[in-house]
Design a protein around this ligand. Sequence first.
Ligand code: 4NP
Length: 154
Amino acid sequence: MKLLVVCLGNICRSPMAEGALRARLASSPLAGRVHVDSAGTGGWHAGEPPDRRAIACARGQGVDIGGQRARQLTREDFDAFDWILCADRANIRDVLRIAPSARRDRVALLLDWAGVQADGEIPDPYTGGPEDFARVWRLVDSAAQAVVARLVAG
Ligand code: 4NP
């Protein structure tokens, strides 16, 4: 199973989701069997590490995301990954703009796909404060736990 988490800049939400997913998977029976990556619909931050506030927030929960580097979503990603899991509906719209028609049904909202919140979005914390990043962490970690449960259940 290969999962790609997508947000706008790939420096806040999707790196945090990637970190939470990797951590929850590593301590599960699925360790080593699920490939997780993240990307942004935009390429402005390509090559950069996550936002320092995102790094600090994850570190506070014992997860190191400082080694991640941002990249932009490509058409090749639709073949390389089983699911493209988006932070919000704007991401879905942008992803569908370049999605091959045969892969459109493999694009979903992360919180919805995980079963955490139907049609749920992860709010962009970029212009917010530490509490907004903390909220993102709670959401992506809930999603990560639910994804592990979903995949373990088969
Ligand atoms: P992200 O947050 O999509 O969660 O990575 C953002 C990061 C950067 C920008 C917007 C959102 N930006 O406009 O540069």
